[in-house]
Design a protein. Structure first.
Ligand code: ADP
Ligand code: MG
Length: 154
């Protein structure tokens, strides 16, 4: 599908990319975050949450599976399925409920919940670059994701 690429020379650039994504979010969106351990998935999510005005700590949901962030305007749910040993854990933990209705959902290690994870709107890929920075690519998976991507590159 339609995509965009961006070089992120340092951690601040990853935070800025997340914050930029925050400026164009509809109330209902699911974002897949792909990339190896240490690629910057949680850092990008932190930038997005800061961009939305959340000032508290943003910690990795590796052990909790989901970290919720809510205010009067928006609900954000940050997931990390790295520790799943089987995809059924997604259903066993009742996580499917978070994907019904409004909310911005960011999912690290989405493949570990396959095939139970509902359809997503946007895919974010992060790779460690030879320079030590990161390469970011965004790919739209739905019309809502495409609108988001268009706003991101505009
Ligand atoms: P993940 O969630 O993908 O496992 P994290 O975001 O937890 O990765 O951690 C990535 C590490 O890489 C952090 O130490 C962060 O400071 C660093 N980092 C993030 N973005 C960049 C970047 N563009 N260039 C260099 N280092 C980065
Ligand atoms: Mg992480």
């Amino acid at each position: 599908g339609p995509s965009a690429r961006l070089h992120l020379p340092d951690e601040d650039a990853t935070l800025a990319a997340g914050a930029r994504l925050a400026t164009a979010l509809p109330p209902r969106l699911t974002i897949l975050l792909r990339g190896d351990l240490g690629a910057g998935k949680t850092t990008l999510t932190r930038g997005l949450l800061r961009g939305l005005g959340f000032t508290g700590r943003v910690k990795s949901p590796t052990y909790t599976l989901v970290e919720p962030y809510k205010d009067s305007r928006i609900s954000v749910y940050h997931f990390d399925f790295y520790r799943f040993t089987h995809a059924e854990e997604f259903l066993e933990a009742g996580l499917d409920e978070y994907f019904e209705g409004d909310g911005v959902r960011l999912v690290e290690w989405p493949d570990r919940a396959h095939p139970y994870l509902p359809a997503a709107d946007l895919e974010v890929l992060l790779h460690v670059a030879p320079s030590g920075g990161r390469e970011l690519s965004l790919r739209a998976l739905s019309p809502e994701g495409q609108t988001c991507l268009n706003d991101f590159i505009a």
